[in-house]
Design a protein around this ligand. Structure first.
Ligand code: SF4
Length: 327
């Protein structure tokens, strides 16, 4: 076992990342080993990323009414969750949300819309205009999560000042058909590869606690490595009432931490951003996400659920002796 500990430390510090077998061992380690694991992941995070933490924030610019049937999502066609449903909000409202995000300390602002893809030219123009203002007037980094965008539409948004395209693979190729039957995994893989080819910074990760196995978690990590994503958002299921996964609390805080560690050791030099489900799944252990290897987190509200006050997150970062990455 000593060989294992030395190997994962060295493989991660070398920048290549640990192999699938060791990633699986990490996820299967007993709870008592968590502190030794955090020592490794903290060393690796500091080696590549120092003590700076990236904060991002989102606006749910178009909510609900999605044609897709993702089991975990309150906006899907299968969901009976009592959420607000509305078409794309006005440019001014997007810009106002970005202003609030900047005041909360966010460095990056993402415009998120439900649906498999945004094709409508008028909608894209509205998003493009908002991006241009957010970039020029506020200096925030901009991101969109608008589904599987065409290369042409990504190029248009990049020309307006967009930096990142977010599109999650959600889980492993093997498990995906169990959580979504309305589109194929390859549609998402292609969308991510096209965004990268178009020159966008690509933010792509998944959601955990949806019934996947530890093997699925490792398979997702390896697929993300194959397609060479830049930033990995990690979501933990918040099993909202009215969704097919309502009430499914499979994760423990230690389990969440091991998932973050596994991602950090598989992707030593990438950004790892902890997003939805942080508060409900990690509870009082939220402060350990950075030792586990996270280099950022989402602050403010999530898509259809409220986050905790941004001041609490900023205080947590300060108390840990870390620093918010400035604009
Ligand atoms: S995750 Fe995205 S594609 Fe799936 S149902 Fe929700 S909004 Fe639609």
């Amino acid at each position: 076992m000593e060989v294992f500990w030395e190997r994962i430390r060295q493989d991660a510090l070398s920048g290549r990342g640990i192999n699938a077998e060791d990633a699986l061992t990490v996820l299967r380690l007993p709870q008592v080993e968590i502190w030794r694991l955090l020592d490794v992941s903290e060393t690796v995070r500091r080696h590549f990323k120092g003590d700076q933490i990236r904060l991002c924030s989102i606006v749910n610019a178009k909510s609900g009414l999605c044609s897709e049937d993702c089991t975990f999502c309150s906006q899907s066609i299968r969901s009976k969750a009592l959420i607000k449903k509305y078409p794309l909000i006005e440019e001014e409202d997007i810009v106002m949300a970005a202003r609030d995000a900047k005041l909360r300390g966010a460095r990056e602002f993402s415009i998120v819309a439900s649906g498999l893809s945004m094709h409508n030219r008028r909608e894209l123009d509205r998003v493009g205009n908002a991006i241009a203002r957010i970039r020029t007037d506020m200096g925030l980094e901009t991101c969109v999560s608008l589904g599987a965008l065409s290369a042409e539409n990504i190029s248009y948004l990049l020309s307006r000042g967009l930096r990142s395209v977010h599109h999650n693979l959600e889980t492993s190729r093997r498990f995906f058909p169990s959580i979504c039957t309305t589109h194929d995994y390859e549609v998402d893989v292609r969308a991510v590869c096209e965004a990268k080819a178009a020159g966008a910074w690509v933010c792509c990760g998944g959601i955990f606690g949806i019934g996947e196995t530890v093997e699925d978690r490792v398979e997702l990590a390896m697929t993300l490595r194959e397609i060479d994503v830049d930033s990995i958002p990690i979501n933990f299921l918040n099993p909202i009432e009215g969704t097919p996964l309502q009430g499914k609390f499979d994760l423990t805080p230690f389990c969440c931490l091991k998932i973050i560690v596994m991602m950090r050791l598989c992707h030593p030099a990438r950004e790892i951003i902890v997003c939805g489900g942080r508060e409900v799944n990690l509870r009082d252990l939220q402060g350990l996400i950075f030792a586990a290897g996270a280099t950022g987190m989402m602050i403010g509200n999530y898509l259809t659920t409220p986050g905790r006050p941004a001041e609490d997150d900023l205080r947590m970062i300060e108390d840990l002796g870390l620093r918010v990455q400035p604009l």
